[in-house]
Structures are given as structure tokens and as C-alpha cells.
Design a protein around this ligand. Structure first.
Ligand SMILES: Cc1cc2nc3c(=O)[nH]c(=O)nc-3n(C[C@H](O)[C@H](O)[C@H](O)COP(=O)(O)OP(=O)(O)OC[C@H]3O[C@@H](n4cnc5c(N)ncnc54)[C@H](O)[C@@H]3O)c2cc1C
Length: 417
């Protein structure tokens, strides 16, 4: 009766990561994507130490290094609005994570992951857009596909949805009526960029706020350069215009005078709203960016997509063992997600709204460059291993925070007079 044990919709890092892990266990997996692969994906292409750790756990890191020859980065450099600079060395952070990150264009990374899913035994169908579900009462028991060769129905007791920021299927399931507040972004590949080191560069410039720019080197001369604009009150800045401004007038402009665009600048939204809707139901689970799992401050989500695939694989195996794909069994997945990501996301959103402001970023970046203990905390927050709420457990930081807020309060009071 079933065409597969599990149908996975979306072959980004979340979907392919899940397909690899399940297929290796002998689960019959059908992996679907609306695009033919390899395909481009608008992204900064940065793999954080946290992403490297998952790839290592999955036994894929060595092959990835050999086959894709990615660019290695050993630090993140954060620039404050007034030009302070803090180097966060990944190998000094000491959180038990690998001491490096990688930059690898998604065209290559996602193509690699899909090929590994197929090697592991999954069936992959590109050019297959899922347009709806097959239902048995309230239960999801399959998907409806539209492809060039026509419509088709595929039946499976469990559907895993990993469709990134595309919320068409969320609407079908009644989980979202409209797009949640997103980060708007634009990025391009630029060649002839000077002084590219082995670092991910983040620029928190006043003109870009609420938002930031990045320069991620793809090789010695080429970089993925982009801008992310956070959701907030008031009129949103246009990320394409902001990128233009950054290239001409930002702190790195001197290094970009000879830079030439390769291809086009492309924009795409980022969902950072986890947990804003259920992540499971009768016969389905959701993972990766399709549940808003993207770091609200840094915009990094490949690591979290891969991690959610690990948790999803565990939950699916549990359901397969019990032969039960109802909410009652799948709730275990939601619990794992909450434990791993719940408080981190709420803390990061507060941090984004309060701290990504010119004055605050100046203070944080300057202080982190001078104070190793603070630096370790900020690094841990950025890498997602310390929840931002932990800041409140450091008395020295609380005193600084109170002083800063008091100063701001009195300045505003004076301005009002
Ligand atoms: C400009 C930009 C810069 C970024 N920079 C970084 C970075 O440097 N590092 C980082 O870690 N993260 C970054 N991110 C975030 C990162 O791209 C995402 O978090 C990550 O791709 C999420 O992976 P995913 O597998 O959940 O979804 P995706 O990678 O988006 O994959 C979803 C897949 O689903 C397919 N799909 C969608 N709908 C359907 C459908 N109905 N039927 C069939 N297939 C469907 C799509 O074609 C796609 O292949 C960036 C994002 C943007 C927009």
C-alpha cells in the first residue's frame, strides 16, 4: 500500500540530512524537491563550527573536505559601528566544537548532500513540487506532486516537511496563514576582493541597522557578500540598496573598489521565528528552516537544519519501531526540539531587538575585544552553545548592562527636556 516508509519534501540540508540518516538504517526514503539538483540556493554559504560538528557526527566531513575543497575559516571578525574590531577565534572558544568553519557555495554543498542520500539508499526525485497532501481523515498519509510529466500521488505513513522559507504547505496544513516576520537579505559573489583572510566578517554598521553585512571568502579573491535586514517596527530597509551602500561606503569599501560581481545579486527571506507553530501532527513532522530554525542574529541556519535532522531521525525511528505515526508518538520530536532550541531562540530574539543597535554593538564589541571572559560568553552566544539568558548569571555583565541602560535612560530624559 505504501510507496515509501517516509517521504521527505525539500532536499536542502534538513531534508537531505534526514534522508541520509534514515536510508542508512534501511528505511525506504523518497526525497522530493521542486528543483532539479544541483541547484543554487541564495545563502551566505558559511558552515559554522556547529555545522562542522554535525557533519563529523554523520561521518561526512572527510569526504566533504576532499570532494568540495571548501574554504577554511578560523575566526569570525565582528566590526562595530565606530570601527572597533573583535576577533573570535573558533579554536579558542573551548566549547568542544571544531576549531574551524567552512565556506562552500550551496550549489556544491546541497548537491553533495543529495548525492550522499542517494548513495545511502534514498530515492531522489528532482523537479517534483509537492502541492498538497493525501489524507485519511485527519491523518496525512502522502503527498500530491506536480512535475513536468504531470501530477502524481505518493503514499507514505509519514511525511517530513523541510521546505525552508517556502510556506505553501504550512498553509495547506492550516499552520500558518501568512509569512511570519522574516529577515530580508540580498547577497552576491564578488571577485577581486582584496585582503581576504581566513575569517567570516560581520559588519554591524549604523546605516545597516537593524541589520548587518557579511563578507565570507569563497577563495583567496572571491567572497560571498551580503546584507540581512531584521524585522522590526517602521519601514524596512531594502537589502539590495543596503548592500550597494555597504560596498561603496561601508567600512570595507576600500577593499571593494576593484570588486566585480559574478552573476547577479539575489535576495531571499530568512525565517527565524522558531517556535511559532506546531512542528508535528498526525502523519507529519517539520524540520529546518520550515519551522523557523535560523539564528535570529547571525542568520545561520545550515547547522540548525542539520541538527534538527538528527533529532527528526531519532523521532522517526521511534515511530517506525512502534508502527505509530500519530501525534501521540510524534510529540517526542517537539519535546526534543524545545529542549535543544526553545530558550535559546527566545533569548536571541530579545538580544537582536535590544542589542543590535549602534551604541550597544559598539560597547559589546569593544568590551569583548578587551575582556576574555565576556568574549567567551559572546562567542558562546554566537555559536549557540550559551543561551543569552546566561548573561544575567554574570554579575560583572549585569552591572555593565544596568549602567548602560541607566545612561541611555538619562540621555533620553535630557533630550526630552
Ligand atoms: C541570504 C542568505 C544568507 C544566509 N547565510 C547563511 C550562512 O552563511 N550560513 C548558514 O548556516 N545559513 C545561512 N542562511 C540560512 C540558510 O540558507 C537556511 O537556514 C538553510 O538553507 C535551511 O535549510 P533547509 O534545508 O531547512 O531549507 P532550504 O535549504 O531552504 O531547502 C528547502 C528545499 O525545499 C524545496 N522546496 C520548497 N518547497 C517545496 C515544495 N512545495 N515541494 C518540493 N520542494 C520544495 C526547495 O527547493 C529547497 O531545495 C542564509 C540564508 C539567506 C537567505
Amino acid at each position: 500500500m505504501w510507496d515509501a516508509d517516509v517521504v521527505i519534501v525539500g532536499a536542502g540540508p534538513a531534508g537531505s540530512g534526514l534522508a541520509i540518516q534514515l536510508a542508512r538504517k534501511g528505511v525506504r526514503v523518497l526525497l522530493l524537491d521542486k528543483e532539479e539538483f544541483p541547484r543554487e540556493k541564495t545563502c551566505g554559504d558559511g558552515l559554522t563550527p556547529r555545522a562542522i560538528a554535525v557533519l563529523e557526527r554523520m561521518g561526512l566531513l572527510n569526504e566533504l573536505l576532499q570532494e568540495l575543497e571548501p574554504y577554511r575559516v578560523e575566526q569570525a571578525v565582528l566590526f562595530s559601528p565606530s570601527g572597533h574590531r573583535w576577533r573570535m577565534h573558533f579554536d579558542h572558544a573551548g566549547f568542544g566544537l571544531p576549531g574551524f568553519g567552512l565556506i562552500v557555495p550551496r550549489y556544491r554543498l546541497d548537491g553533495f548532500l543529495v548525492s550522499k542520500a542517494v548513495e545511502s539508499g534514498a530515492e531522489f526525485l528532482g523537479g517534483s513540487q509537492v502541492v498538497g497532501f493525501v489524507r485519511d481523515g485527519r491523518k496525512v498519509v502522502g503527498v500530491r506532486i506536480d512535475s513536468e510529466s504531470g501530477g502524481r500521488v505518493v503514499k507514505a505513513p509519514l511525511v517530513a516537511i523541510a521546505t525552508g522559507a517556502n510556506i505553501g504547505l504550512h498553509r495547506e496544513l492550516g499552520l500558518l496563514q501568512s509569512m511570519p516576520p522574516v529577515v530580508l537579505s540580498a547577497r552576491g559573489y564578488f571577485t577581486n576582493v582584496s585582503e581576504l583572510g581566513h575569517a567570516m566578517e560581520f559588519y554591524f554598521e549604523s546605516e545597516l541597522m537593524p541589520g548587518y553585512a557579511w563578507i565570507f571568502p569563497v577563495d583567496e579573491k572571491t567572497a560571498n557578500i551580503g546584507v540581512g535586514v531584521f524585522p522590526g517596527t517602521g519601514r524596512r530597509k531594502n537589502p539590495y540598496k543596503m548592500l550597494n551602500w555597504f560596498m561603496r561606503e561601508g567600512q570595507a569599501a576600500g577593499r571593494l573598489t576593484e570588486a566585480r560581481i559574478q552573476g547577479q545579486v539575489k535576495g531571499y527571506p530568512l525565517r527565524t521565528d522558531y517556535p511559532s507553530h506546531p512542528t508535528f501532527g498526525d502523519g507529519f513532522i517539520m524540520l529546518g528552516e520550515s519551522i523557523g530554525l535560523v539564528n535570529p542574529v547571525t542568520g545561520e541556519g545550515i547547522d540548525l537544519a542539520l541538527e534538527s535532522a538528527e533529532l527528526a531521525a531519532e523521532a522517526v525511528e521511534h515511530a517506525l519501531e512502534r508502527g505509530d505515526f500519530s501525534r501521540k508518538t510524534l510529540v517526542v520530536y517537539e519535546k526534543m526540539l524545545r529542549k535543544r532550541f526553545g530558550s535559546y531562540f527566545s533569548g536571541m530574539r530579545v538580544l537582536r531587538d535590544r542589542a543590535v543597535r549602534p551604541e550597544a554593538m559598539d560597547r559589546i564589541i569593544r568590551a569583548a575585544s578587551r575582556d576574555p571572559k565576556l568574549a567567551r560568553t559572546v562567542a558562546g552566544i554566537n555559536l549557540g552553545v550559551i543561551s543569552p539568558q546566561a548573561v544575567l548569571r554574570q554579575p560583572k555583565l549585569v552591572v555593565r548592562l544596568v549602567r548602560y541602560l541607566a545612561k541611555r535612560f538619562f540621555r533620553r530624559l535630557n533630550e526630552a527636556d
